[in-house]
Design a protein around this ligand. Sequence first.
Ligand code: ADP
Ligand code: MG
Length: 359
Amino acid sequence: MPLNRRDFMKLGLGACLLPALGSSRAATLVSEEMYVFGTLVGVDVLAADSEAARAAIADVSHAFTQQNRDWHAWKPGALGDLNRALAAGRTHAVAADLLPLLHQARDLARASDGRFNPAIGKLVGLWGFHNDVLPVGGAPDATALFELVAAAPSMDDLVFDGNRVSSRNPQVQIDLGGHAKGVALNQALDRLAAHGYKNALVNLGGNLAVSGTRGDRPWRIGIRHPLGGRSDLRHPQGEGAIASLEVSGRMAVVTSGTYERYRQDGDRRYPHIIDPRSGQPATHVVSATVLHPDAARADVAATALVVAGSTAWPEVARSLGVREVMIVDEAGRVQLTPGMAAMVHFVAHPASVKIVELA
Ligand code: ADP
Ligand code: MG
């Protein structure tokens, strides 16, 4: 089936729902779009009664708005309150819906061997990414960068006493930008299921999670070509997909890329995913796609694998417990696991394709 280019242009995202031909008999697809988490969000639900489905989607949309406020890295909200307390060396009673994220983020940060490190909020802010507008100009002051890297803020610096949290390291500032959307995806599917909708697709800026099927067929998803837009915007591949895949049941397909948010300095781009050990943006791997039933784990893994780079990623994938992975590097070379290779159909021609066993 040819790619619907308009869909990719409209979404401009790492992945999107590819339109399927025909429609299901009993139920129809009820779709809504909203703007939240700084990105375009789409919810598709297979439903017989579209009014009831729209009410369920409105419930999900309301939850997204609350989550965006409560888990936001730099705007006022529950996480903002915690960050202010940590900066002042105070102990803070954390909101009930934020606490499990902190525990999970700490555990996944450990499993990623520090590639995923949501305690580097100050570093992310120093590079200028704590802003709705993309930063421009050269790298931040080298001394300031060096001092933050040397302070080595880590989730293991946090001290948990029930819901009371403090930090042993004053440089810790929490940024859940690489994790919260995955948690929100899981909760959105749970919420839709509680309303009785067990066939759904949720798309948070190219991070997707599905449940059930699209009626009589699986959900069909496109993974955006991370180099497409950069090489030639007018080329059909420009906003197009590198691959498509079909998923059903409870499954997430999350892509982290360096092509969407970056700091522009003349011809040079500094992407928004930062290697916590060097303090420098990760530039070698330009996108990582992870397939996993738990969208939160997939989200974290996708970010961690971009940081891990084209040699260390299999080791990090293994320790994070993700087996379906695809990596694209800056030269357009693809590496993927056997599990992922069995799922994807390439719709563009990668520079090379290598299948890597995780062992
Ligand atoms: P997106 O949000 O675009 O889908 P990611 O899931 O990869 O992309 O999250 C990137 C965000 O995570 C950054 O904007 C920043 O807020 C934060 N971040 C950057 N580097 C790291 C890192 N090494 N570990 C954890 N979070 C990071
Ligand atoms: Mg992520």
